[in-house]
Design a protein around this ligand. Structure first.
Ligand code: HEM
Length: 464
């Protein structure tokens, strides 16, 4: 399989927009090869050769040979950027693979015998709602992530005792922060978490909805110290990684190995990821525990499933995939309490929405929370019903009526990560503890994310 496609490439020293433009002018394609526990390498390929390969549908789902300066590496094609107006390939992304490690690829579906099938012969026309399928083997890093995820959960829960209630909003933030830092920055955050706890909460207040959305230039005093504390931490780990210490296949290593990214730009990316990547999972974890505590039958079913599939051992990737009921509970929680509750878009043309004329280039804010509770699309919309996410009930669902991770090309890049993370943490918690909730009233609060206020205090009792 791997010898069918050979991409011949040369390494290149420079990256950045100008270098890429020059390469394209010379009839070549800029590319990058990354992953496989090695540093990313910038490449140049011949445009015509690339086009020839891309004409084969199978190239997108095969392991390829990428020959860089005469040396062959095995990779899959992770991304192709095309010029929408011209017949031109702008950029290729290759991900190195090891034949002993699993990867996730989209495999095109071929529909055969449509005309000779009984329905086809009687004049029926087959319509295809899917054109490809993602082969459900985990990418190489995911098993490692799952291990990190349950270990970080244990780190948070090891001090729990039966004497006092714990606010799950607080505890899940600790778990989400430890997991995020370890998986994306390869950093053990346990030494810094107490010191940076308040600055992180302050930053979340800074980005929470408020008057500043309408008055963006009005000064906002009182945040400088928090921003400075987070900046000191981020610049510190960036500088340390630049020494080569701690290099791995995490996000921070990838960022520092891109030649034209200065520390300021890397800090911006890290800060965005830190906020987007932990506050959302925190809210989802806390909401799911709240939902389960207030629906004891569902909690029982989740526990029975975890006991049967995982038992008392730490959960593995394939076991998490088999936790179907837990997954439905998570999806239903995301519907009722989407951590990101609103979205923004600009109109690309003049449109009419519910009788209102919306001119081109208008900024529109839409509510994910309200959309996912519309009776038209979700009968008994306020009722918790995980069966809505059974395969048969998902069929024929109107697009964009369920969008906890947004939609279109700018949707959430952490969606797959978050789903594995939340499942791994919940499986670990529920296999280890019984939860008792004192049924306090909880309401959704529109902060940086939709949070359960005043919190989700629970008494916990170790099961074994
Ligand atoms: C339960 C967890 C999460 C939820 C509900 C969530 C939800 C969302 C939503 C609704 C958007 C806006 C998408 C759009 O406008 O179409 C978004 C964007 C984004 N998310 Fe997530 N997210 C989650 C976890 C994560 C994680 C774990 C990461 C990083 C590791 C992450 C990184 C991002 C980034 C960087 C964007 C901006 C993408 C862009 O503008 O192109 N998210 N997320």
């Amino acid at each position: 399989m791997s010898n069918v496609f050979e991409f011949v490439a040369e390494s290149r020293g420079r990256s950045g927009k100008n270098a890429a433009r020059n390469i394209r002018r010379q009839g070549s394609v800029p590319a990058v090869i990354y992953g496989g526990h090695k540093e990313p390498q910038m490449l140049v390929l011949n445009h015509n050769e690339v086009i020839k390969h891309l004409n084969h549908e199978a190239v997108y789902s095969h392991v390829l040979d990428v020959k860089v300066d005469g040396k062959t590496e095995q990779a899959i094609l992770k991304g192709v950027q095309r010029n929408p107006a011209k017949f031109q390939i702008l950029h290729l992304d290759f991900l190195r693979v090891s034949m002993s490690e699993a990867v996730k690829v989209h495999v095109p579906l071929h529909f055969i015998n449509e005309n000779t099938s009984i329905g086809g012969k009687k004049g029926g026309i087959a319509t295809h709602s899917m054109v490809d399928i993602e082969v459900s083997c985990l990418p190489s890093v995911l098993p490692e992530y799952i291990e990190v995820m349950w270990r970080c959960t244990d780190q948070v829960t090891e001090h729990w005792s039966i004497e006092q209630p714990y606010d799950m909003l607080v505890e899940m933030r600790k778990a989400a922060l430890l997991i995020f830092m370890r998986t994306l920055f390869n950093v053990d955050f346990s030494a810094d978490i107490d010191r940076l706890w308040n600055p992180i909460l302050r930053l979340l207040t800074f980005i929470s909805p408020g008057l500043w959305i309408f008055l963006p230039h009005k000064p906002r005093p009182g945040y400088d110290d928090a921003i400075q504390a987070i900046d000191d931490f981020l610049y510190g780990i960036i500088r340390h990684r630049r020494t080569g210490d701690g290099m791995s296949d995490d996000l921070l290593s990838l960022l520092v190995s891109v030649p034209d990214l200065d520390d300021g730009l890397i800090r911006d990316q890290c800060l965005t990821m830190l906020i987007a990547g932990h506050d959302t999972s925190t809210a989802l974890l806390a909401w799911t525990l709240y939902v389960l505590a207030s629906h004891p039958a569902a909690l029982e079913q989740v526990r029975a499933e975890i006991d049967e599939v995982v038992g008392q051992r730490p959960p593995t990737g394939p076991e998490l995939e088999r936790l179907e009921f837990l997954e439905r509970v998570i999806f239903e929680t995301l519907r009722l309490y989407p951590p990101i509750h609103t979205g923004m878009r600009f109109s690309t043309g003049d449109v009419e929405l519910l009788g209102c004329a919306v001119p081109k280039d208008s900024r529109l804010m839409y509510s994910i929370f309200l959309t996912q509770r519309m009776e038209r699309f979700w009968p008994e919309a306020n009722k918790f019903d995980p069966q809505r996410f059974c395969p048969e009930n998902k069929k024929g669902r109107q697009p964009y009526t369920y969008l906890p991770f947004g939609g279109g090309p700018r949707n959430c890049i952490g969606a797959a990560f978050a789903q594995v993370e939340v499942k791994a943490v919940l499986a670990r918690l529920i296999q280890t503890f019984d939860f008792r909730w004192d049924m306090q009233a909880v309401h959704p609060h529109m902060g940086a994310t939709l949070e359960p206020r005043p919190g989700v205090p629970m008494f916990v009792k170790r099961r074994v």
